[in-house]
Design a protein around this ligand. Structure first.
Ligand code: TRP
Length: 455
């Protein structure tokens, strides 16, 4: 990428290959959502029953919404706000794009905090900080760390700095190249850890918890969480994949890309569950213990396994890198919006967006400890950002995206866009149109209203 000119119609970057598209989009999708959040909310909402609802949402809603975002993005080749404006001039649709920009700020603010924890755990594993400790001690260590006022803030800001640096460098060399290297490595490590975990004595109870559903434990709140997490994990509902879609070249099949990215993301979540739950039960940890689950459980595994010192380092390095490829994609949404709509130079926009999300992140981090008492609707600031974005803004954004592609763009435009570099049989196109025009919007609306107790 040597094109540094700032023309009014600057040439947009494009991913260089189909493999690059999959790795970049999967790099966005696969992140803390898969390895940190998915296991812990599966634990909170009762295990296998939650998993099955989640898988159903991925297939019936996630894949169609992802394809819809790709269609909007590649169709318009703009940032989310500009894309809606280009495809539906003089309408209210661009506000769906604006909502996404707001969601990006919220998500990135607490995402950076957790990624900062992961960064600190690299240092902790390098300095052999787990060895010789009991499960209780490892749990206490985590709590003490996240509640302290200085250390987690420093690591969070460091992570945001790294995120800003990569976005600063540009689309192709940062995002695409990095993802191509990190994603295969991540998959390899997760498989190795999964094998170790399911061969632990007592692992069977964890497998049962993860795969044998007890639907009586399922609540509407759990169903909303499954939907919200399907959006979160696939990076949907706020324009990330509209933005990445705008970098996909015309010879790439959008339906195939959507299926491959969703499949890869889901596979990694299941692998993460296979790493966490057997270990949780083997060491007698509460599966519903919340955000600390991964940071407490895995160190227990590392302490007990041969070569655990090395695997601990590798794991937290890769968790941080996975978080990084996702955080970049969130920041990129804000940056391209600032750049294309507000005509702020890309590099200035990057600094601006990084500083604002970094400062919001400080508030999130402090709300785990010294500001714990300050709550909104019973949630601290960290949980509030998580809740509003994952459970309100993303499903709402997804709803608007499906309605837009289904009703506003319509079958003919959809067909034209997905026929570039790909093919979808008329029957499959009909299924897709039915999903995004009717089934997904109704499902999202029901779950959404039930979940927030309005029905
Ligand atoms: N999908 C990422 C994860 O699972 C996080 C993420 C990146 C995201 N971009 C997003 C979440 C857009 C919601 C919307 O970690």
């Amino acid at each position: 990428m040597t094109d540094k000119r700032h023309h009014h119609h600057s040439r947009r970057a494009e991913f260089s290959s189909k493999f690059g598209v999959i790795m970049a989009a999967a790099g966005s999708a696969v992140g803390l959502g898969n390895i940190w959040k998915f296991p812990y909310i599966t634990g909170v909402y009762g295990g296998a029953a939650f998993l099955f609802v989640y898988l159903a949402f991925i297939a019936a809603i996630g894949v169609p919404v992802m394809l819809s975002e790709f269609i909007i993005g590649r169709g318009a080749r703009r940032n989310p706000f500009g894309a809606f404006r280009k495809l539906a001039p003089n309408s209210l649709w661009p506000f769906a794009g604006m909502m996404g920009i707001g969601a990006a700020f919220m998500i990135l603010s607490y995402y950076g905090v957790v990624a900062g924890w992961s960064l600190e755990y690299i240092v902790r594993s390098l300095t052999d900080g787990f060895s010789g400790k009991s499960a209780d001690e490892l749990a206490a260590d985590f709590t003490t760390f996240v509640e302290s006022p200085v250390e987690p803030v420093i690591y969070q800001l460091l992570f945001m700095f790294m995120t800003g640096l990569i976005v600063f460098a540009g689309v192709k060399n940062g995002i695409e190249k990095g993802s191509k290297i990190m994603m295969p490595l991540l998959i390899f490590i997760v498989i190795i850890l999964g094998i170790r975990s399911i061969t632990l004595p007592g692992a069977g109870d964890g497998l049962k918890f993860f795969f044998k559903p007890d639907f009586s434990r399922l609540t509407w709140e759990g169903v909303l969480a499954a939907l919200g997490h399907a959006f979160f994990s696939l990076s949907l509902g706020m324009g990330t994949l509209i933005t990445y879609g705008s970098y996909i070249s015309a010879d790439t099949s959008l339906p195939r890309s959507a299926v491959q990215v969703s499949g890869l993301d889901t596979l990694i979540s299941i692998l993460a569950g296979l790493v966490i739950f057997p270990a949780v039960f083997a060491y007698g940890i509460e599966p519903g213990s919340g955000p600390g689950l991964v940071f407490i459980t895995l160190p227990n595994v590392f302490v007990q396994m041969p070569g655990g010192y090395v695997f601990a380092i590798l794991f937290f390095v890769l968790l941080t890198l996975a978080a990084l490829t996702s955080a970049i994609s969130i920041l990129e949404v804000v940056v391209v919006y600032f750049h294309e709509e507000l005509k702020i130079r890309r590099k200035v926009a990057t600094v601006l967006a990084t500083v604002v999300t970094g400062l919001l992140g400080v508030i999130c981090s402090l709300s785990m400890g010294i500001n714990k008492g300050q709550t909104f609707f019973g949630l601290n600031f960290f949980d509030l950002m998580d809740w509003i974005s994952a459970y309100l803004l993303l499903p709402l954004g997804g709803l608007l995206i499906t309605l837009f592609v289904g009703w506003r763009l319509g079958r003919r435009l959809v067909h034209a866009e997905i026929s570039k570099g790909g093919h979808l049989s008329p029957a499959m196109l009909t299924v897709f149109m039915a999903l995004i025009k009717i089934i997904a919007p109704i499902a999202i609306a029901i779950v959404f209203f039930k979940g927030i107790n309005l029905l």
